[in-house]
Design a protein around this ligand. Structure first.
Ligand SMILES: *Cc1c(COP(=O)(O)O)cnc(C)c1O
Ligand SMILES: [Zn+2]
Length: 388
């Protein structure tokens, strides 16, 4: 079977073969995948396995034998009684195989690497994507090296090493780690371009193709109804864009008749997308790298800035910020409901209050909050916040 997929630059429209080792267009634009999925056969899903691969027709891997899967996805959607909100659900996406939603995107990304015959994968990560890539590459028999900011939670670094990945800590910001891995990727391509692949989840369209199943799944769990609003943590914006992609495909296939309103939440101290959207800018400008409890979304310079702003405008979505104090309070609110996530995930809780106060949220709306990662990954950082 032949792979008809191509990469297209989202800025200048230039086409690249999917085998390219460029992670973005020469013009600096991010790639999107030019590929037409088959319709999802919703009436036969009941007979299928409970992973993202139940939506097989929508996932751009040519041959089944290349699928690298650990049953990621199909996480619980449970009610969240919160103040006078009537219909909030929590999507417990931290219950994926490596403890974060990143497994959705990584399962598709690493399956593609296997299909391309790659034997060495390089990545950069604030922690969760690295842990996920380490796990899926080891299953696929692909050697793995991950570059992380030196401040990454110890739990995540240990997890990566446990899967056998070679981990390099880079002093400085998330962007410094990205720069270091890109240097290393160049060296690796000089040695063996055939076998080596730099797979940044923040740029690679195959990652987004996996994350879009989050949209399919929420919709399926609600009886193929679209929630009014979905609220997710937003750093690079892959969750935001993946949700959009998922619902857009359902809309195009006539399975649903509207898109949800997507609200992305950033940490106040690092909020480039929120700021750009608020001043109606077309581009997202880099902001200073500050420290935040929400390490999973501490992104000072998003890669798909222009696209994210466009999607938000097109769909009635927008962005909100929460303070460090609100992140901690939100985390404790979740704890009182038996939910233990890492602080990054907790940004969504107090955003509810802020949005309601500005009349941007109605108490009767059907709202889904995405919880992206497990608290067990950040235990050493969280130990200071619980009473002895
Ligand atoms: C990666 C990540 C996110 C989402 O970040 P985006 O870059 O916006 O997709 C959210 N929470 C956690 C814990 C993460 O690791
Ligand atoms: Zn381009």
């Amino acid at each position: 079977m032949k792979d008809k997929a191509r990469f297209l630059c989202s800025l200048c429209g230039k086409e690249y073969p999917i085998e390219t080792r460029e992670f973005r267009c020469n013009c600096g634009g991010a790639f999107k995948l030019n590929w037409i999925p088959q319709p999802i056969p919703i009436s036969s899903l009941i007979h299928r396995n409970t992973s993202i691969w139940r939506y097989r027709e929508a996932l751009p891997i040519v041959e089944d034998k290349n699928i690298v899967s650990m049953g990621e996805g199909f996480t619980p959607l449970i009610p969240f009684p919160y103040k006078d909100f009537k219909r909030i659900s929590l999507k417990l996406d931290y219950l994926c195989p490596t403890g974060s939603f990143k497994d959705r995107g990584v399962s598709v990304l690493i399956s593609k690497l296997k299909e391309l015959g790659i034997s060495q994968c390089l990545g950069d990560s604030s922690g969760n994507a690295g842990a996920s890539i380490a796990a899926y590459t080891v299953r696929a028999g692909i050697k793995c090296r991950i570059f992380c900011p030196a401040t990454t939670s110890e739990g995540k670094l240990i997890q990566m090493r446990a899967y056998g990945a070679q981990v390099t800590k880079i002093p400085g910001s998330r962007a410094d780690a990205a720069m270091a891995v890109q240097e290393e990727a160049k060296r690796c391509y000089d040695e063996d371009a055939e076998k080596c692949y730099y797979a940044p989840q923040t740029w690679n369209p195959y990652f987004l193709e996996g994350v879009k199943t989050l949209g399919f799944e929420i919709c399926e769990q609600l009886g193929w109804k679209v929630p009014d609003t979905i609220i997710c943590p937003t750093g690079y914006g892959t969750t935001y864009m993946g949700l959009y992609q998922g619902f857009k495909e359902l809309l195009e296939q006539g399975i649903v008749n509207k898109l949800p309103r997507l609200i992305g939440i950033q940490a106040e101290v690092i909020s480039p997308i929120f700021q750009a959207f608020s001043r109606k800018a077309m581009e997202v400008d880099e902001v200073p790298q500050e420290k935040t409890m929400a390490e999973g979304i501490a992104c000072a310079r998003p890669t798909r800035g222009r696209e994210i702003l466009e999607v938000a405008r097109l769909t009635g979505g927008f962005f909100e910020i929460v303070s460090e104090k609100e992140i901690l309070e939100g985390w404790k609110e979740l704890n009182r409901q038996g939910i233990y996530v890492e602080p990054t995930s907790a940004v969504v809780v107090k955003a509810l209050g802020r949005l309601a106060l500005k009349s941007l949220l109605d108490h009767r709306e059907n709202i889904v909050l995405i919880l992206t990662s497990s608290g067990l990954k950040a235990t050493e950082k969280l130990s200071g916040y619980v009473n002895a």
